[in-house]
Write a protein that binds this ligand. Structure first.
Ligand SMILES: Cc1cc2nc3c(=O)[nH]c(=O)nc-3n(C[C@H](O)[C@H](O)[C@H](O)COP(=O)(O)O)c2cc1C
Length: 237
């Protein structure tokens, strides 16, 4: 299978365990799906995520009570709706001005989320609520050092960027050291959002400092020190 075929066909089939893939124009208006439902892919391999399902079953207080780290994670795939909701919880756009579910100092979003699926690595585009393909193949061994990482259906890797305010070409007035601290705080918020989403859905999750920063950095073409932490998500065993 060549790269074009991979980008077009493999990602959604593999990551979601689907058997029925279609190329629909109206991905963003799709209703919540089950594992065998349709998955929308752009011709360039971009995965269009579903709008968030805002009808959670449990209260925030109950989710907080259930929040915990779980490492006994099965290889069962998430649905596209679950993956969509997970990423929206982490850092999705929740207001018309483009601001997000996680806060960011001065509104400078300086953390990218890389999504490691069994078939490839994707970059989450919050503004478009979609996943852009970055590398094909199974990179779970670079995304962690613990056995559960290698079989889990989803691993998120949080990566610091030195993006300028509002993408301005001018240098930021804030020193890099300070921005790095702010980035760490931003990631902390994302991680907790994901924990709470997982707690609310009966999914398992654990944040991890153990990432092969050098290897994963090479995969996504960033410096090792830009990789902050990772988080594994899946069904509990
Ligand atoms: C910054 C950070 C890094 C962590 N790194 C790892 C890790 O590499 N592997 C792991 O299994 N757990 C890791 N954890 C999870 C902690 O072990 C866990 O949060 C702690 O034992 C408390 O358990 P709880 O999350 O269930 O409350 C990390 C937690 C944090 C906050």
């Amino acid at each position: 299978m060549n790269r074009r075929m991979f980008l077009k066909a493999v990602p959604a089939m593999g990551l979601l365990g689907v058997t029925n893939v279609s190329f629909s124009e109206d991905a963003n208006t799709a209703q919540p799906i089950a594992e065998t439902d349709k998955v929308s892919l752009e011709a360039d391999g971009v995965i269009k995520l579903n709008p968030p399902d805002l009808n959670g079953e449990i209260s925030l207080m109950q989710a907080l009570k259930k929040r915990k780290s779980t490492r006994d994670i099965s290889d069962k795939k998430l649905t596209l709706q679950q993956l969509s909701d997970l990423l929206w919880s982490a850092d999705g756009t929740n207001r018309p001005d483009g601001k997000r579910t996680s806060p960011a100092a001065m509104g400078i979003y300086c953390v990218d989320i890389y999504v490691v699926l069994p078939e490839g690595v994707y970059l989450y585009d919050a503004a478009k609520h979609e996943l852009k393909p970055v590398a094909k193949g199974d990179f779970r061994k670079s995304a962690g050092m613990q056995d559960f990482v290698f079989i889990a259906p989803v691993n998120l890797v949080y990566v610091f960027t030195l993006r300028n305010p509002k993408d301005s070409p001018a240098p930021s007035p804030v020193p890099e050291e300070k921005r790095k601290i702010w980035g760490d705080v931003e990631v902390g918020c994302m991680v907790q959002n994901v924990y709470l989403y997982c707690a609310s859905q009966g999914l398992a999750s654990v944040v991890r400092g153990m990432v092969d920063q050098k290897k994963f950095g090479e995969t996504i073409k960033v410096k090792p020190e830009q990789i902050i932490v990772a988080q594994t998500i899946g069904y509990p065993k």
